[in-house]
Design a binder for this molecule. Structure first.
Ligand code: NCD
Length: 308
């Protein structure tokens, strides 16, 4: 059986192209499983997984939990709001306590970049990064690239634009790594203040105009403005942002081609994307959500194979 080159999923940065392809092939199988009347396989009956969420999440937490349950793993959930973290416990202590309960795998979302990497060095369990601050969100990038492959037939050779708040987005960084590894061309678009310096060193281009960006691309990934990560103002007003960088039906109608529209959620309707676009047939936002479960099943299944 083919194996991942890594024992944890900490970031796309650490995966090989072969790893990503193996995850996609495995997800193809699980996508078929979750569309059957009985959506479950007994593969991970002997595995216990803890979902540790130190930051808010709806989609990602539910998606991981569903993926784990569809693989028949035992699942325990923890969220920081209701935990002893508020009483001053350290990350290592929290996790060691959970591991003492014989947990095999930890899926963790944490506000600090590198939290997953730190954990993987100190605890004896497989770690899956479900988002670490503004650093990486590897399963989101995998499901995004998988959804592009499904819509456009492949990722290699395709032109993908990422629009919006790149500076504060872990989705953007993980997407850039994944798309480049799979051979896509990547363009970033957004107000200059929300584009990190030296992005060219990641092998991507920057284009300030949304109109030019969508003329260029085959697929566009619209990102949310991460207000909760901002300590200062990066653009004049939300209205002005929406005027310059919000994707509208008029934008799509003005093109002489059909582009695929993506969004990782949560959507701010009327800001980065209008309702008409979010609900249009070109938007694959809910397909991304469905693919997320298959991708997470694949990641967990492949990492569990490394436990024995
Ligand atoms: C993203 C996240 O949390 O990084 N959402 C998600 O996981 N689907 C993006 C966001 O919050 O805008």
């Amino acid at each position: 059986m083919k194996e991942l080159s890594v024992s944890h999923l900490l970031g796309i940065k650490y995966l090989t192209t072969e790893d990503i392809e193996l995850i996609f092939e495995t997800a193809d199988h699980f996508k078929e499983v979750i569309n059957r009347p009985i959506k479950k396989v007994p593969s991970l009956r002997d595995i216990t997984i803890a979902n540790l969420f130190f930051e808010n999440s709806t989609r990602t937490r539910l998606s991981f939990e569903l993926a784990e349950k569809r693989l028949s793993a035992d699942v325990v959930n923890f969220s920081a709001a209701s935990s002893s973290v508020k009483k001053g416990e350290t990350l290592i202590d929290t996790v060691n306590n959970i591991l003492a309960m014989k947990v095999d795998m930890v899926v963790m979302r944490h506000p600090n970049p590198g939290a997953g990497i730190f954990l993987s060095k100190h605890v004896n369990a497989r770690i899956v990064n479900a988002g670490d601050g503004a650093h990486e969100h590897p399963t989101q990038a995998l499901l995004d690239a998988y959804s592009i492959r499904e819509s456009l037939g492949s990722v290699a050779g395709k032109k993908v634009a990422i629009v919006g708040d790149i500076l504060h987005s872990r989705v953007a960084l993980s997407n850039i790594f994944a798309l480049k590894k799979l051979g896509a061309e990547v363009m970033l678009c957004g107000p200059k203040t929300l584009i990190p310096k030296h992005v060219e060193s990641l092998g991507v281009r920057y284009e300030p105009s949304l109109e030019k960006t969508i003329q260029w691309c085959d697929a566009v990934n619209m990102l949310r403005v991460q207000n909760e990560r901002m300590s200062m103002s990066y653009f004049p007003t939300t209205r002005e942002y929406a005027q310059q960088y919000g994707l509208t039906l008029d934008h799509l109608k003005a093109l002489d081609k059909q582009i695929v529209v993506m969004h990782p959620g949560p959507i701010n309707r009327g800001v980065e994307i209008t309702s008409e676009v979010a609900d249009s047939p070109q938007a694959i936002i809910l397909d991304q959500v469905q693919n997320g479960v298959a991708i997470r099943m694949a990641v967990i299944y492949l990492l569990a194979a490394k436990i024995k």
